[in-house]
Design a protein around this ligand. Structure first.
Ligand code: GLY
Ligand code: MN
Ligand code: MN
Length: 458
């Protein structure tokens, strides 16, 4: 789907009128340039050189791994599938330089020279290889910091530093604050994800295998697997208990109980990260999912600027402990279930994370542009975000409960085992687990639920 077409069909919140991508991107680039100039001033660099990445060849073969551009590059230019492009930024220049790679290669189709809303903001040059790219750059790069994976020819470029930690931290920290352009990209990514999820749910109801559900998702989203922001988790029945389940079984199971699907799309380099859980025929499990969905929505209501994310995480444990008790899975009261560590047996991950150019976006534990860390609470070592929420952050909110054999067996042999209703576990473990995950744009007074808005719109 082309960007313009996607923009035209998108009718989510605050976007009923046509989106002016040129204006949005121009403002985004101005903001990014200002942030980057400030970070460079603090770190004594006068230039920044970003490289989109190198094609990687499989050992003793002539085929390549799927190419993925890295986040710092695609924040400047959403070139998602062209290795060996460069962006050069010098605050003293009028426009950043974009050196677009167009090799002379009759085996492959070279990418078309971009002429669209974002490329119009660059001083655009074309290079056929790294040597011609170098010739487009200033002769002296001794005060330029390079960002990307180093390659052999880089040694002769004469850059001042390669991926200096202090500069990377100074750039990662403000990435949590999304520009209006980035928010709009995230809305479209959510919209595409919701389209995929609707089709996947229908395929599940029709008796599809995990693999067929994955195909239904990609077809409806209009994206091939390598374009997705992460490997979709498409888990039937007990497979839902594997947190990052990666297999896609080609045959459907003999009996169908449940689907947990965690899948998102990318738009202009920005990700959605959406999870839904469905019951096939079991009314009781469907009711448990509905109660869990309600719990998730209550947690979403707590999201606003000024709130500590670790507090929302703590609240999620309490809410899940209540759900475990109401569902007949544990005997203890919620406070005890949390304090004893029992809730973590069923819910061993964090409540969510920053979302953006990466599905687990950078800077979640940074306390400032100087790179100091906000440590994870000792009782919650898996939390990916320890910052206080601020307007402009985009986060996922994704409580989950799972019947994970390894964790349940550990608990069974200790004091926690007595608080677990094992016959209830036996009844429910065939469903694997439940996770509901939405993407939320934080505002001063609350949040915009990108996922629910997208589901409502498709
Ligand atoms: N899709 C991975 C996660 O939800 O964090
Ligand atoms: Mn997530
Ligand atoms: Mn997810």
């Amino acid at each position: 789907m082309t960007m313009q077409k996607t923009a035209d069909i998108f009718t989510g919140a605050a976007a009923s009128s046509r989106v002016d991508w040129d204006a949005l991107f121009a403002a985004h680039l101005r903001q990014l340039a200002a942030r980057t100039a400030a970070a460079m001033q603090d770190t004594q660099y006068s230039g920044l050189l970003l490289h989109s990445g190198s094609e990687r060849i499989v050992f003793r073969d002539d085929i390549t791994y799927p190419f993925k551009v890295h986040a710092p590059f695609k924040q400047w230019a959403p070139i998602l599938d062209v290795p060996d492009c460069f962006v050069y930024f010098d605050p003293a220049r009028d426009r950043p330089l974009l050196i677009f790679h167009q090799p002379q290669d009759f085996w492959h189709k070279a990418a078309a020279i971009p002429d669209t809303y974002w490329s119009r903001q660059f001083d655009l040059r074309i290079a056929t290889d790294r040597a011609t790219a170098r010739a487009e750059l200033p002769a002296d790069l001794s005060r330029t910091a390079f960002i990307g994976e180093a390659f052999a020819e880089l040694a002769a470029f004469g850059v001042g530093a390669i991926n200096p930690d202090h500069l990377l931290a100074a750039l990662d920290f403000p990435r949590a604050f999304k520009s209006d352009y980035e928010l709009q990209c995230l809305r479209v990514a959510s919209h595409l994800g919701a389209q995929g999820h609707r089709a996947a749910a229908a395929a599940f109801a029709d008796g599809a295998s995990e693999f067929e559900i994955a195909l239904a998702f990609m077809r409806a989203a209009g994206q091939r697997e390598k374009e997705l922001p992460y490997n979709p988790i498409i888990a039937l029945n007990q497979n839902a208990a594997v947190l990052h389940y990666q297999v896609q079984e080609k045959s459907p199971p003999a009996v169908r109980y449940s689907l947990l699907i965690d899948a998102g799309c990318e738009f202009a380099g920005y990700a959605s990260d959406i999870t839904r859980t469905y019951a096939y025929a079991d009314a009781e499990f469907r009711a448990l999912i509905a109660a869990f969905d309600e719990l998730q929505q209550k947690l979403c209501k707590q999201v606003r600027a000024g709130v500590e994310w670790a507090d929302i995480h703590a609240q999620s444990h309490l809410a899940i402990a209540g759900w475990l008790q109401d569902s007949g899975l544990v005997r203890s009261q919620p406070e005890t279930t949390v304090a004893s560590g029992l809730s973590a047996v069923f819910y061993p991950h964090g409540i969510g994370h920053l979302l953006g150019l990466q599905v687990h976006d950078a800077g979640g534990t940074l306390g400032g542009p100087d790179g100091h860390e906000i440590p994870r609470p000792p009782q919650h070592p898996t939390l990916r975000l320890t910052r206080r929420l601020e307007a402009g952050f985009v986060v996922t909110l994704e409580p989950g409960v799972y019947f994970i054999k390894q964790l349940l067996e550990q608990a069974r042999s200790g004091p926690l085992g007595k608080q677990i209703n094992w016959s209830r576990v036996q009844q429910l473990e065939q469903f694997g687990g439940i996770r509901i995950e939405d993407n939320l744009a934080v505002t001063a007074s609350g949040c915009e639920n990108l996922t629910r808005n997208a589901f409502d719109a498709v």
